[in-house]
Design a protein around this ligand. Structure first.
Ligand SMILES: [Zn+2]
Length: 244
């Protein structure tokens, strides 16, 4: 069983702004999954934390890529600056993402521009193709999906699945365990959800963490326990292994 069940781990919002939190999360993850960790990188978080080629953080990024970590583009600014036409999108933008669903309201043209420039920056820094693109808060407008499909990028994911924009193939239908740190009620409900999701029998299980999780000892304990329990019956894999 352990040979067929897979664990996919990711650290979101990798940015100079969260460098120490990312280090802390890597220390939690690496004993369980080694370098099989997807790093979701934001080129300029909230337009306040640019990754500049030649900077020490760019050097870290290149070293992670050379050590075998998968580098994903994770939006451009991680900030939702679009005006949403529909009431349901306005609701989703405000309630589900605290205004961080950058790609929820973008036109195809604007999504394509941000994907291309973010991809070019990361590939210039690491010297290797990005593993894929994952929108902030896993939220994509229809235009963003169309831009991705034309981008040739190999891997994308949302809350329920991992797919290949370049081939159209569904790579994995699987839950993703994630923790919400914004309020005590959300922290408690995400710990409760994690404790049942981590025992699900499906073939693939994804675990995604955020820098904000580091502020809560409760969440860190839940993350550690979830990794340990999932790891007992699963092999850590890279996203690119899903093509195998
Ligand atoms: Zn994010």
């Amino acid at each position: 069983m352990a040979s067929t069940r897979r664990l996919l781990a990711s650290i979101h919002d990798v940015s100079p702004r969260f460098e120490s939190e990312v280090e802390q999360l890597l220390e939690v993850f690496q004993p369980q999954v080694g370098n099989r960790i997807a790093l979701l990188v934001v080129p300029n978080h909230w337009r306040q934390s640019p990754i500049s080629p030649g900077s020490p953080f760019a050097g870290r990024l290149r070293a992670w890529a050379e050590d075998g970590f998968e580098i994903f583009l994770h939006g451009m600014f991680h900030q939702d600056d679009a005006s949403h036409a529909s009431r349901s999108d306005r609701f989703r933008a405000r309630m589900m993402t605290a205004g961080e669903g950058e790609f929820l309201g973008l036109t195809k043209g604007e999504a394509a521009r941000r994907i291309h420039s973010g991809q070019a920056l990361l590939e210039d820094i690491t010297g290797a193709p990005i593993a894929g693109f994952i929108a902030p808060a896993w939220l994509y407008s229809r235009g963003a999906i169309e831009a991705l499909t034309e981008s040739g990028i190999p891997i994308a994911e949302d809350h329920t699945r991992v797919w290949s924009p370049s081939t159209g193939a569904l790579l994995s239908r699987s839950p993703v365990i994630t923790w919400a740190s914004r309020s005590r009620a959300r922290r408690i409900s995400s710990v409760v959800a994690a404790s049942s999701l981590r025992r699900l029998p499906m073939r693939d299980l994804r675990i995604g963490v955020h820098p904000g999780d580091c502020r809560s000892p409760l969440l860190l304990r839940s993350i550690e326990k979830t990794l340990r329990i999932a790891r007992a019956s699963r092999k850590p894999r890279r996203y690119s292994d899903l093509f195998g």
